[in-house]
Design a protein around this ligand. Structure first.
Ligand SMILES: NC(=O)c1ccc[n+]([C@@H]2O[C@H](COP(=O)([O-])OP(=O)(O)OC[C@H]3O[C@@H](n4cnc5c(N)ncnc54)[C@H](O)[C@@H]3O)[C@@H](O)[C@H]2O)c1
Ligand SMILES: [Fe+2]
Length: 388
């Protein structure tokens, strides 16, 4: 068995209406001063109103930061940290997607460590546990509530960088599908494919292990059952619940395994060209999964079964082909597309993209096969042709 190490969330509260448990959960931290961190889009939906009311009614002193930018840069996270520092808080509550949750994880650490974010980006490790965190995801995608990772944009390098430490894993998570029911179809699709990528990539990663395998296959099964339904009928709470679990399972997988080439190749698309994280992964997903197929046919067979394909009478090769076809079909059904030309991505920038992806050794090093420069260039070439 591969040697693996899994940090995990201390408490998970889940199910429809579980947000009502918020004050009981907050009380378990013996907290008095709470800072709630969210973004303007989530705040505008009214999703934060009830959690604020619950906390205030329970007697907590509550402050709100509601301007986390989408996919924030180092300077922007520092800006949120500066706001949080003003309040002597003993609990941080993140309500939002990966942008709010990642920011909250970093702020939590910075409040209790002297290491700066700039130093962490360069690899410095904090040593102290941060201010306790309680996460309420409102997208079903990043699984950030379960991962030891936070991603920040480093504009000088045109790249996103992942900071990784078990100290960042959330103390408590509330998984309430009601909090994702109003997610617009476009974001539902992009973030849902991000979750699927985490599950699949962790399952084929060189770091896969029995614990990750269990969550990955179950997560892929849940995505197969519910992502299309969430896209077409977002108010179906049963489907939303399945996607929220799948997303969290993807995060649990990342905590002991690792994403691989889809995420590595997507980092330059986000870092330099600001394509949203989920969308960048989604357009790359079938191409990279196709390119990896021959290196782990057994695992593709398992994933084909998990996602709901009837492959019992098929060979491993046939099942893997059918699985990749299903990924293309899923993208088609979810209307995944991105005008790359409009974003400035043409064949002229392929070398720059490959150079950017090559820097993401943390992920590329775990891909089931070693991609040559030319193989990565070929994936980007096909991507540009498919999204012209
Ligand atoms: N920490 C990790 O392990 C990890 C993993 C993958 C990605 N990420 C990072 O997470 C970030 C992306 O997070 P994301 O994909 O969740 O998107 P996001 O947090 O940036 O949110 C996307 C948009 O959706 C809106 N939104 C969120 N929830 C909503 C709801 N319920 N109803 C209506 N609108 C809603 C937000 O206002 C925002 O405009 C990126 O920075 C990415 O790099 C982190
Ligand atoms: Fe991701």
């Amino acid at each position: 068995m591969t040697v693996f190490s899994q940090g995990s969330i201390r408490k998970i509260v889940g199910g429809e209406g579980s947000i009502e448990q918020l004050s009981d959960v907050a009380k378990s931290f013996n907290a008095q001063n709470i800072v709630v961190i969210t973004d303007a889009g989530v705040f505008a939906t009214g999703l934060v109103d009830r959690p604020l009311e619950i906390l205030k009614n329970a007697g907590f002193n509550v402050n709100l930061i509601k301007d986390v930018p989408p996919e924030p840069s180092v300077a922007q996270v520092n800006g949120i940290y500066a706001q949080a520092k003003e309040f002597a808080c003993d609990l941080l509550v993140a309500i939002g997607g990966g942008s709010s949750m990642d920011t909250t994880k970093l702020v939590s650490l910075m409040l209790r460590n002297s290491v700066t974010l700039e130093q962490m980006v360069k690899g410095a490790k904090p040593t102290q546990k941060g201010v306790p965190t309680l996460m309420v995801p409102t997208t079903s995608g990043t699984g950030s509530e379960a991962t030891p990772n936070a991603i920040v944009l480093v504009p000088e390098e045109n790249l996103k960088v992942g900071i990784v430490t078990d100290l960042m894993i959330a103390d408590c998570v509330i998984l309430d599908p009601v909090m994702t029911a109003g997610l617009p179809p476009r974001i539902t699709a992009n973030t849902g494919i991000d979750a699927l990528c985490h599950l699949m990539e962790c399952y084929i990663s060189a770091k896969h292990n029995p614990l990750c395998d269990t969550f990955a296959l179950e997560g892929i099964r849940l995505v197969g059952q519910s992502l299309r339904e969430c896209f077409t009928n977002g108010s179906n709470l049963k489907a939303r619940e399945k996607m929220l679990l799948a997303s969290c399972y993807g995060g649990i997988c990342i905590a002991s395994s690792s994403t691989v080439a889809i995420h590595a190749l997507s980092y330059p698309l986000g870092g330099r060209y600001h394509i949203p994280h989920g969308l960048a992964n989604a357009i790359l997903m079938p191409l990279v999964m196709d390119a990896n197929k021959d290196s782990c046919l057994d695992r593709y067979y398992d994933m084909a079964r998990a996602i709901g394909l009837d492959v019992l009478s098929k060979s491993k090769e046939e099942a893997a082909d059918l699985f990749v076809k299903e990924l293309y079909a899923l993208n088609r059904d979810l209307g995944i597309k991105c005008d790359l030309k409009e974003k400035g991505i043409t064949v002229e920038v392929i070398d720059e993209l490959v150079e950017g992806a090559k820097k993401v050794t943390r992920l590329l090093g775990n891909n089931p096969k070693t991609f040559t420069y030319e193989e990565m260039a070929e994936i980007y070439r096909k991507l540009i042709a498919a999204n012209a």
